[in-house]
Design a protein around this ligand. Sequence first.
Ligand code: NAG
Ligand code: NAG
Ligand code: NAG
Ligand code: NAG
Ligand code: NAG
Length: 304
Amino acid sequence: MRQPRITSAMAEACRLGLPSLFFVPLLLWLAHPTHGYKPVILVHGLFDSSVNFKCLVEYINKSHPGTNISVLDLFDHRSSLQPLWKQVMGFREAIYPIMQNAGKEGVHLLCYSQGGLICRGLLETIPDHNVDTFISLSSPQMGQYGDTDYLRYLFPTYMKANLYRFCYTQFGQSISICNFWNDPHHHDMYINSSDFLAPINSERPEPNTTDWKKNFLRLRKLVLVGGPNDGVITPWESSHFAFYDENEKVQEMQQQKVYTDDSFGLRTLDKRGAITVYSVPDVTHTMWHSNETVYKECIEKWLT
Ligand SMILES: *[C@@H]1O[C@H](CO)[C@@H](O)[C@H](O)[C@H]1NC(C)=O
Ligand SMILES: *[C@@H]1O[C@H](CO)[C@@H](O)[C@H](O)[C@H]1NC(C)=O
Ligand SMILES: *[C@@H]1O[C@H](CO)[C@@H](O)[C@H](O)[C@H]1NC(C)=O
Ligand SMILES: *[C@@H]1O[C@H](CO)[C@@H](O)[C@H](O)[C@H]1NC(C)=O
Ligand SMILES: *[C@@H]1O[C@H](CO)[C@@H](O)[C@H](O)[C@H]1NC(C)=O
């Protein structure tokens, strides 16, 4: 990928949490009512909160001044471990009025990490949503199968090969990570037990499957961002709807059964030319929203 020079002085400042007074006059100057940018809604990831989007909000403010940005402060930190359906319902309550305010013009949804799965839940279950572009920022869209620092902290006695024993139980499914734990060696158990990913992928049919697909396909544009140095999402290609086969070999999105069956609309969207995939090297998981190169290359142009 092309790597433009960036004005890293400010990028540095927001990452380190230094005061960005330098920017205030610039922002005020740019603050003339420049209409036309759709509102942007940001949904955070596991163990995060709205604070983590400080840099991203600055980048958007800088490139698209006047954008109405809603950073949703729900299910922060440890609460982000709550079951994903519960989080979808909670975020829905907050997001629906924002969608209604935006009316026909619509909104953009930018969702990071686990938040990208919550956003898919929203897209599938809000029948009249008006999301124009959904940007999925390093989200395990096809699930997670790998040890990460998060998992070691949560499940110190389990290793990845054994986590299915815990995750694919009713109790396990009360924890968000297990809702998208996708063990390729126990695929049948995943299909039977996953309360969230298997249903929203329509790998396990639900009464609402047809409606969910129709709702998802209201989306105009899907942007998938991820990269090989992520370090948390495993396999990192899950951020592009690719995933392990039973030999832990990564199969591309187009090889996935959910794609070939078009079970929830992914193939239809792709055939429309509505999916853009970015693979960005040298970005670790916690930096996706705070790297101005990523913003410039993969995000900025979609937020119009
Ligand atoms: C975004 O910029 C506007 C001015 O353009 C400013 O009033 C607002 O405080 C900024 N918001 C954030 C979160 O930086
Ligand atoms: C920004 O969006 C929120 C949510 O729709 C709305 O309540 C608020 O009035 C908007 N702000 C502006 C300045 O338009
Ligand atoms: C599923 O469909 C039923 C009947 O149409 C509806 O009442 C319910 O809200 C739907 N559930 C979800 C999660 O979309
Ligand atoms: C999955 O569920 C089906 C139907 O209830 C059952 O026949 C099958 O044994 C289950 N498989 C596993 C691996 O739990
Ligand atoms: C930001 O992303 C670029 C593009 O991949 C990468 O080269 C750079 O190392 C990243 N910087 C940080 C601090 O993550």
